[in-house]
Design a protein. Structure first.
Length: 502
């Protein structure tokens, strides 16, 4: 996660060449505060010249670099100008093209270096406000990032990679000096991504492209002075945080590959999607969703003309503590896949007579609970010191919104458990749970009958399955409906519908 903060800072710094991260209302204040901010980020800067001529400050040969434990980053900008406009605002311009180099040093023989070019088209940035609160308004016709060269272990990798955004507007508001709050809004009409690779040894080729429309994002970041140059866990504990959201409209992508004589193709489209991320002393959270997603695959190893898959809605949520604490914190894991469908070609392979219902499948669940960490998981030294020991303990967990619906059967349920972490003997090394879960299953016997008719399940196996259902469940109101209440006690006993199983 510390790398995520560092990468975010690098990205912000690269873009800030057109929108310095904490400018003032005069050119010299913009420049001075910009250098201070980069120092806070842990970056080293140098310039060829910085000259004042009338209302303009011109900086040439600006270099900003940062070193990580396993790599480095450096960008070089030929020219940056800060122009006082005479009304308390400053116009900032940069060279329309400049190089950026990333290097990952995983080891002497595994170093990877990527040389990029950043290009901007008709980009303008206006700084306004006050020294305490500065606002930047940005517009650009395009922003492009091109890979000029990539090497691994000293050898060039024949790869082409282009990234571009069109019709960009944005706004940054920066408050504070020792503690900086950066509020950001960003919009782009579209984003494109193209990559191709050809193996010079065997001629294998891979090509991929993507188009994403109507991008919007917003975020609030709180950074401490020198916040990115110190222990990330300590920075979070002292108040550093990030909270952001990203949404997009239609997305399309395509992948074509020809490797070792085998061909593969995949393409997909989604109506819209969203991402969310936050991290602070209270924990981290991540969410993602996609609407109306469909995908097509084909290839020489796929035994039909093509495979078609679609999902009406896909969602995922994750949240958890990240800091060592005496008191437990909340965690959540939730997933939802609504109306999942596959092509008739696949159905026809194992059910050519159409005996199984073709209704779209749905799978969803949510797990909420509390857990306590013994270490700051963003501190590599603490994690390494733990060795093979567990980094924390789970105190409670609750299951809700369980739905598994497919092939004419549907399972639903909910329940909750607490755990005695002082007792790891009753359940063979697992903290002793206490609680229960209620389940309801509709259509199970009908599904078993269909599987027997198709020959997937033998009569003896079907009888065994029904005996197991009879052991754990009991008939309920409605046709082909079973319910079950599974109870677990801290003394090691387990019961199903009041009947003790252990």
């Amino acid at each position: 996660m510390s790398h995520m903060f560092k990468f975010a800072s690098i990205s912000a710094t690269a873009i800030s060449l057109a929108m310095p991260a904490s400018a003032q209302v005069t050119a010299d204040q913009v420049w001075a505060d910009w250098q201070a901010l980069m120092a806070d980020y842990g970056m080293t800067t140098s310039v060829g010249t910085a000259t004042q001529s009338g209302e303009m400050l011109k900086v040439t040969d600006f270099i900003a670099s940062m070193k990580f434990p396993d790599g480095s980053y450096i960008q070089t900008v030929p020219e940056i100008t800060f122009q006082n406009l005479g009304n308390g605002t400053v116009a900032i311009t940069i060279s329309p093209e400049y190089p950026v180099i990333f290097r990952a040093d995983q080891g002497k023989d595994t170093a990877v270096e990527v040389k990029l070019r950043v290009q901007t088209d008709a980009m303008t940035t206006i700084a306004s406000g006050s020294p305490e609160t500065t606002q930047y308004d940005i517009t650009a016709g395009a922003l492009k990032v091109l890979v000029d060269e990539m090497t691994a272990e000293g050898a060039k990798i024949p790869m082409v990679l282009d990234f571009a955004m069109q019709d960009i507007t944005g706004q940054y508001v920066i408050d504070g000096q020792e503690t900086r709050e950066i509020r950001q809004k960003f919009d782009a009409r579209s984003m494109t991504f193209d990559v191709s690779f050809e193996d010079p040894k065997d001629g294998g080729k891979i090509q991929a492209s993507a188009l994403i429309k109507d991008l919007t994002s917003q975020s609030v970041t709180t950074m401490l002075a020198a916040g990115l140059g110190v222990d990330m866990a300590a920075a979070l504990r002292d108040g550093a945080s990030i909270d952001g959201a990203f949404e997009h409209g239609e997305m399309t992508y395509k992948v074509d590959a020809d490797v070792d004589g085998e061909q593969f193709a995949m393409s997909g489209v989604a109506a819209s999607g969203a991402l969310g991320f936050s991290m602070g002393a209270g924990g981290l959270s991540y969410s993602a969703s996609t609407d109306d997603y469909s995908m097509t695959m084909s290839g020489s190893e796929i035994p039909f003309p093509q495979i078609d898959v679609s999902v009406a809605k896909s969602e995922m949520e994750l949240s958890m503590p990240v800091m060592k604490s005496e008191a437990p914190g909340d965690f959540r894991l939730a997933m939802n896949m609504t109306d999942f469908s596959i092509s008739e070609d696949i159905w026809g392979m194992f059910d050519p007579s159409g005996q199984l219902p073709r209704d779209p499948a749905t799978i969803s669940f949510a797990l909420d609970g509390q857990a306590r960490l013994f270490v700051d998981i963003l501190d590599p030294a603490q994690v390494e010191e733990m060795g093979e020991d567990a980094p924390g303990e789970i105190n409670t967990v609750a299951l809700s919104d369980l739905i598994i619906s497919a092939l004419g059967a549907k399972l639903t349920g909910a329940g909750a458990f607490s755990f005695d972490n002082s007792d790891t003997t009753t359940f063979d090394g697992m903290p002793a749970p206490t609680g229960s879960v209620d389940l309801k299953l509709v259509g199970a016997n009908g599904l078993i009958d269909k599987l027997v008719a198709l020959g997937f399940v033998q009569d003896e196996q079907a009888m065994g399955a029904r005996m197991m259902l009879g052991l754990f469940a009991r008939p309920a109101d409605g046709p082909d409906t079973l319910t079950s209440k599974i109870e677990v006690n801290g003394d090691g006993s387990i019961a199903a519908n009041g009947q003790r199983l252990r």
